[in-house]
Write a protein of this length. Sequence first.
Length: 454
Amino acid sequence: MAQICICDDEEGILKYFKKVLKRYQSATFSRGMDLLSYLESEAGSRVELLLQDLRMPDLDGIEILQRVKELRPHLPVIIITAFATVDDAVRAIKLGAYDYVTKPCPNEKLLSMVENVLHLSRLTAENRSLREKVHRGVPEPIVFASPRFRQVYDLTLKVASSDANILILGESGTGKELIASALHHNSLRSAHPFVSLNCASLSDTLLESQLFGHLRGAFTGAFANQKGMLEEADGGTLFLDEIGDVSPAVQGKLLRVIQERDFIPIGSTHPKSVNVRFVAATNKELKNEVSEGHFREDLYYRLNVITITLPPLRERPEDVLPLAQHFMRRFSERMSKDIHSIDPQALEALQAYDWPGNVRELENVMERAVILTSGSHISSEVIPLHRGHKAVVQVLTPSHQSQMVALEEMERHHILAVLKGNYYNKSRTAEVLGISRRTLDRRIAEFGLMECEG
């Protein structure tokens, strides 16, 4: 039975919510500090959902939300508010709340929202668990048939047993994290953590906090001590994706860690020793970044002891069909479908396309194809077709008729729909889309999406 916390200073509201949600185990609180103390306890670790009023007598509701997110980053929060404070509720959503309800809230609406949130939260937790197994346990298989990628894979296995730092180069979507994982799992560090961090998705302040950790009170919003990823990766491998986007200030601090094998958490004066192998990746020409003064030369040579360059998918067409079949099997199993083949016309379309988004784009195309397939084989109707340099896809319209729409236009509409569904919260939208915040900002600018907000 799911455990829910309800925090409101009105006794009537607490009794009402507890009655409506009687199928769940609920704990009620009339003070924010009492709620925070409970969440810090062992019993509070089992809470799956929080309903939080924005107007509390001891702490501001926004401050409570921030502290809750510090204690339990993945705990979903539904804001309770009056019509007069809906703007504050929207602000809370931008800070990480899932949604809000206004007082009074109909029974059916409240129950439906709670059920949906709990369902999505459990799916997200299962996904995190699977990712944890991939990162720390069983590596994801590397699928290929081309001689070109065979050279990459052989080099990966050859250098994995060394303790040298590795720089992985390649376009976005070519599988750099997969190679980094293979390096770790075939090394002497395989029994220790493999920790991955996308540097492009975080501001300098957040990146430093994620890397080095911080002490409680080190800065505004630091409500508890946080262990950094350097410490998490101790004994293992730290994968720094999009290293080319790191600022010069953070570059200098990274260089010190590599040279001295220690670091100082934010807010502390005491260094901590760390034993980490660094694997970095970028889609930029890092040599050019060095020559133009955007990337430190000394850090470049510290990271670039050995370089592994991943070819784009268009330069290894022999890998398209094995990868497509691999993704077909994976998504069929995940969705409990009995799909075991791809039509010849669909295979031809896959082979003809030039895949500007590389393996990640192929994975997305195959996931969509599996979703739309009702029989035992995937047809060309649900696979992008090659027309010049663009793909066109068959999209189901509300009238259940089909029309041919450019893939770029489909991407524009999809991003806009996710933006609207998340109240234009860019961080949540990027998470839902599976891309970095920086990539989302670039797509928004390219498609002029924020102009559609009104």
